[in-house]
Design a protein around this ligand. Structure first.
Ligand code: PBG
Ligand code: ZN
Length: 277
């Protein structure tokens, strides 16, 4: 995607301080492993790209808040967010693995972990895994309303995390399931989540607004890769004013109730805000 790159883990030793100087305050890390296996073992390895990058950021850019994504889709050969056994998802084995991954990230120094596998009770499982391992202070960013979406396409290509068979509709919400998605915010809060997120952002504005009245944790919205792609591509072609559309999209997400926004525009927005001050 124009303007976006995958970085070697070691490069964050210089990238992290550059982001801080530009005014970025937090990052969300995803890893691209060299090999994949049935249980996604590279995800919880001490030397995984995410763990190494987290350690380097803590050391070289301590001002930056480090969030890590905790999922299996990029690490398993099946390419699903959970562990697949005999063609079926194994939720119990999956949440155990998510706990192990979260602990590995916490050991590396992550301040927040984001379990994003859309498995039932993943927040409770990760919370107790972290507590038992001595990391009660590490927070949880819950992907509460996570819809099965066409807008994830560019991310999956960059991350190499497309399912090898089937799709994710068995565990991500159908866009029609607004009541279930809303209930997920309440459930994740009860399970101990610290921040509750909706994804994609622009197709979840109604849920953010409704969730705002039902939960009292900070709300986040993830403006996903396809949202960035749409705005960027149309702007590049001169079909819309890309910068104005970008700002308008972020304002609407805030207006709906998001306290935090995960966005691929973060770096350019931070830079521009700096320049204006
Ligand atoms: C799944 C995951 C997804 C994204 C990040 N982690 C969704 C998916 O592939 O089903 C998408 C993010 C984006 O599109 O920017 N754990
Ligand atoms: Zn996943």
């Amino acid at each position: 995607m124009p303007g976006l790159f995958r970085y070697p883990a070691d490069s964050v030793a210089t990238l992290g301080p550059a982001l801080v100087r530009e005014g970025v305050r937090a990052v969300l890390l995803f890893g691209v492993p060299r090999r994949k296996d049935a249980t996604g073992s590279p995800a919880s390895a001490e030397g995984s790209a995410v763990a190494r990058a987290t350690r380097l950021l803590r050391r070289h850019a301590p001002e930056l808040v480090v969030f890590t994504d905790v999922c299996l889709c990029a690490y398993t050969d099946a390419g699903h967010c959970g562990i697949v056994r005999r063609g079926r998802l194994d939720p119990a084995a999956t949440v155990r693995r998510l706990g192990e991954i979260a602990i590995a990230h916490a050991r590396a120094g992550a301040e927040f972990v984001g379990p994003s596998a859309a498995m039932d009770h993943q927040v409770a499982a990760v919370r107790s895994a972290l507590d038992d391992a001595g990391f009660p202070e590490v927070g949880i960013l819950a992907y509460s309303a996570k819809f099965a979406s066409a807008f994830y396409g560019p991310f999956r290509e960059a991350e190499g995390s497309s399912p090898a068979f089937g799709d994710r509709r068995g565990y991500q919400f159908d866009p029609r399931m607004d009541r279930e998605a809303l209930a997920a915010f309440v459930r994740d809060q009860e399970e101990g989540a610290d921040i509750l997120m909706a994804k994609p952002a622009m197709t979840s504005l109604d849920l953010l607004a409704r969730a705002r009245r039902r939960v009292d944790r900070p709300l986040a919205a993830y403006q996903v890769s396809g949202e960035y792609a749409m705005i960027h591509a149309a702007g590049e072609r001169g079909w819309i004013d890309g910068r104005a559309a970008r700002d308008e999209s972020l304002i609407a997400i805030r207006r709906a109730g998001a306290d935090l926004i995960v966005s691929y525009f973060a770096r350019e927005i931070a830079k521009e805000a700096r320049a204006e001050r």
